[in-house]
Ligand binder design. Structure first.
Ligand SMILES: Cc1cc2nc3c(=O)[nH]c(=O)nc-3n(C[C@H](O)[C@H](O)[C@H](O)COP(=O)(O)OP(=O)(O)OC[C@H]3O[C@@H](n4cnc5c(N)ncnc54)[C@H](O)[C@@H]3O)c2cc1C
Length: 404
């Protein structure tokens, strides 16, 4: 029986455990926290947006996009939904975003934990891995030194996630383990993260939420546009459309580019249309100042800031192109995912086995892949976990046949 050790009991590790144990492997999950799947519980504001039925090329970013497509093609969204449905999960979908019908992330975690319990997977929590050694006999055996003794396996799946989130388990230790085995780590930075603006006026708008079209400019060039609810904060901006742009903003800033957001706070009218609207409203109530006029249309805090030029053309222009120079991003604790990670070019995308060490596999966010908001990151965790879990338990058979 193939003995597989999975490092990390998160989304990808639990999926790998299900896949390997179903194929008859003897599976042990080593989790350094007190319980598995803590990040799953935090997903989708506790509702867990577990996948998205609309996969498009721009949904994932990596230095090896072909490898990402290969993995997603080997365990697809349909495969994921079939698997969860077979485990008893009933889902609901809105504009492609899929949630458990219960709207509780705990449902998804519970279903996975029940299945691995049923399959006899050995889950060890609060285990801290000190070192991973490939066996020198060259037969693909692995030894793991931990604070609770030595574990041995025919294959190891490193599914330790990224540094994103405020959960203590997300400490980036997986990158160190991969590095200690000679794997290249593409620069890791937060993605899906709030952005920090330049200037001192943000306190004045903190707490406002508005639907807006938002454009990211790098060195003066428009690079990406998103629409949705923007959250104005005391330091800058947050919310789903900001998260979607943040990856490119962080990357640009990291490359020393000038980053700026432009907010269009009235996307349904052009500048002239908005100016006409403002003039019309003012004509209805000439006794009102511009702040009072704007307050009939916009939130009070926005009205107070926007009314300052006190001239309809300039107000309309400001509301249609509200420039926010971006000086940085919030740290990892505010991020939902990280860009960068274990370089996929050193991993076989058909199996997620290391090209450097036989019997070493990777799954999940530890790899150099990050997805957009909308269930894409969990889908990557499910797909990569399934591919690695299936392949790892074929190890012994392949070794016996002598095939790669
Ligand atoms: C607040 C928040 C909301 C999110 N919402 C969504 C969403 O709705 N939809 C979506 O698609 N994605 C969402 N994501 C992203 C998604 O949760 C992750 O991409 C996904 O969980 C990654 O799976 P993983 O298995 O790679 O890592 P994780 O789920 O983070 O699991 C890694 C596990 O490994 C353990 N570990 C780490 N290092 C070690 C070590 N050295 N030894 C032993 N164990 C270790 C960790 O404790 C953890 O349990 C969200 C993320 C956050 C932070």
């Amino acid at each position: 029986m193939t003995k597989i050790i999975i490092i990390g009991g998160g989304a990808s590790g639990l999926m790998a455990a299900v896949m390997a144990a179903r194929r008859g492997a003897d599976v042990t999950v080593l989790e350094h926290q007190s319980a598995c799947g803590k990040k799953i519980l935090a997903t989708g504001n506790g509702k867990c947006n577990l996948t998205n039925t609309h996969i498009y090329p721009g949904a994932y970013r990596s230095h090896a996009p072909g490898a990402v497509a290969e993995v997603l093609g080997r365990f697809t969204v349909e495969d994921t939904l079939d698997l969860f449905s077979g485990l008893g999960l009933y889902t609901r979908e809105k504009n492609g975003w899929v949630y458990p019908y219960s709207q509780q992330a705990r449902t998804v975690l519970q279903i996975l934990l029940t299945e691995i319990g049923h399959l006899g997977v050995d889950v060890r929590t609060q285990v801290h891995i000190q070192k991973i050694f490939p066996d020198t006999s060259g037969r693909g055996q692995w030894r793991l030194c931990t604070d609770s003794g030595i574990y041995r396996g025919d294959a190891v799946i490193l599914a330790a996630g990224s540094k994103a989130s405020n959960l203590p388990g997300a400490d980036g230790s997986g990158y160190q383990l991969a590095k200690s085995l000679g794997h290249k780590i593409c620069p890791v930075l937060p993605a899906l993260v709030p952005l920090v603006g330049e200037g001192d006026h943000f306190e004045q708008w903190a707490g406002v939420r508005m639907d807006a079209r938002i454009t990211l400019r790098l060195d003066g060039k428009d690079v990406q546009e998103e629409t949705g609810e923007v959250q104005m904060t005391g330091y800058g901006v947050s919310g789903i459309p900001v998260f979607q742009l943040s990856r490119y903003a962080v990357e640009g800033l990291h490359e020393k580019k000038r980053a700026e957001l432009s907010l269009d706070l009235f996307p349904s009218l052009d500048v002239q249309g908005l100016e006409d609207l403002l003039r019309g409203k003012k004509a209805q109530s000439p006794h009102k100042d511009w702040t009072a006029v704007l307050m009939g249309i916009f939130p009070e805090k926005i009205s107070r800031i926007a009314a300052r030029p006190a001239q309809p053309r300039r107000i309309a222009r400001k509301l249609k192109d509200w420039k926010i120079p971006i000086k940085g991003w919030q740290d990892y604790t505010y991020a939902q995912v990280c860009m960068g990670g274990v370089d996929l070019q050193q991993v076989d995308p058909r199996t997620l086995e290391s090209r450097l060490h036989k019997g070493l596999y990777f799954a999940g966010e530890i790899l150099d892949v990050d997805g957009a908001c909308g269930g894409y990151n969990l889908q990557w965790a499910w797909s990569s976990g399934a591919v690695a879990g299936r392949a790892a338990c074929r190890r012994k058979k392949r070794d016996r046949k002598g095939s790669p």
